[in-house]
Design a protein around this ligand. Structure first.
Ligand code: IPM
Ligand code: MG
Length: 355
């Protein structure tokens, strides 16, 4: 299997380096070989080539069987021309590879229940939500868009736009995902206000006819944000557009107490998938061996499961991570106040020892 590594910026390189060690160890255990290529993205790519997404990167990613990404962005590039911001690299690779489906599972592991921000009685029954976020459309990519001046004042706009085929294919992904879980999909929109959301809802209802075994409900996005913190146990799969999914997946991640724990998979209809932790580049702790590598290690597990059908190998990683937490190892982001935390490398080493 060929894997293209996009380490990116901030803590990206350090977490990716640890995750690759885990992949190699699992490969050794199960007799699999992984070959790696490396390419530039984000700020690192801007510094080296002037572009956040060089053509060579797109080519290597498309030739690979899967892509592993660290994170992009940082204060160094905050004042750069918006057309070449590091984030454009990430949006660009998603679009170029046709990765329209972003799976973001937010799970509260029993070992981390004390890190959860919600009251124990609220999360008594656990927390296991899969956010299915549309990733290559909506307001992130809609035209027309504008940033500038009009009538003597600053002025800007973006367009939230969805075509039926874009909604239908992400709805399918959500219904299929629900079939492998608890069989429930909640579609999140703003159909009481937005025309685009009314189209979204109609198409989701129509596609649901092909999945009569799955339960479908609808929720306005403001209510969904509230329900996520009020009673997250009510959700199984949440499917939504690009912007709402960006926001709700951070909320879902944060209530587990550990944005440093959550992986993601970005998939297209065919071709390689891209796997990345949902947290950002954390420039404040970059290079200090303080980052939590577990979200990236768990992203490797998602890669093995979704791109390579290597279920046993993926289970092995998940179990090693859980055992590591059971043994009490904690990085700074998930440690209880006053308790001792370990660094990025030591955390990864503990996982390696448990494989
Ligand atoms: C995410 C991030 C990205 C997004 C940024 C870095 C462009 O927040 O993956 O959720 O908005 O999609
Ligand atoms: Mg985000």
């Amino acid at each position: 299997m060929k894997i293209c590594i996009l380490a990116g910026d901030g803590i990206g390189p350090e977490i990716v380096a640890q995750a690759v060690k885990v992949l190699d160890k699992v490969g050794g255990k199960f007799g699999r070989t992984f070959e790696y290529s490396e390419a530039l993205i984000g700020g690192a790519a801007i510094d080296a080539t002037g572009s956040p997404l060089p053509e060579a990167t797109v080519k290597l990613c498309k030739e690979a069987d899967a892509v592993l990404l660290g994170a992009v962005g940082g204060p160094k590039w905050d004042t750069i021309d918006p057309a070449i911001r590091p984030e454009k690299g990430l949006l660009g690779i998603r679009k170029e590879m046709g990765l329209f489906a972003n799976l973001r599972p937010a799970v509260l592991l029993p070992q981390l229940k004390d890190a959860c921000y919600l009251r124990p009685d609220i999360v008594e029954n656990g927390l296991d939500v899969m956010v299915v976020r549309e990733l290559t459309g909506g307001i992130y990519f809609g035209e027309p868009r504008f940033e500038g001046e009009k009538d003597g004042e600053r002025y800007g706009y973006n367009t939230m736009v969805y075509a039926e085929h874009e909604i239908r294919r992400i709805a399918k992904v959500a219904f299929e995902a629900a079939r492998k879980r608890d069989g429930r999909v909640c579609s999140v929109d703003k159909a009481n206000v937005l025309d685009v959301s009314r189209v979204w809802r109609e198409v989701v209802i129509d596609e649901h006819k092909n999945y009569p075994d799955v339960e479908l409900s609808h929720m306005y996005v403001d209510n969904a944000a509230m329900q996520l913190v009020r009673d997250p146990g009510q959700f199984d799969v949440m499917v939504t557009g690009n912007l709402f999914g960006d926001i709700l997946s951070d909320a879902a991640a944060a209530i587990t107490g550990s944005i440093g724990m959550l992986p993601s998979a970005s998939l297209g209809s065919d071709g390689p998938g891209l796997y990345e932790p949902i947290h950002g580049s954390a420039p404040d702790i970059a290079g200090k061996d303080m980052a939590n590598p577990l979200a990236t290690i768990l992203s490797i597990s998602m890669m093995l499961r979704h791109s390579f059908d290597m279920t046993e190998e993926a289970d092995c990683i998940d179990q090693a991570v859980e055992k590591t937490l059971e043994q009490g190892h904690r990085t700074g982001d998930i440690v209880e106040p006053g308790a001792r935390s370990i660094g990025c490398k030591a955390m990864a080493q503990a996982v390696l020892d448990n494989i």
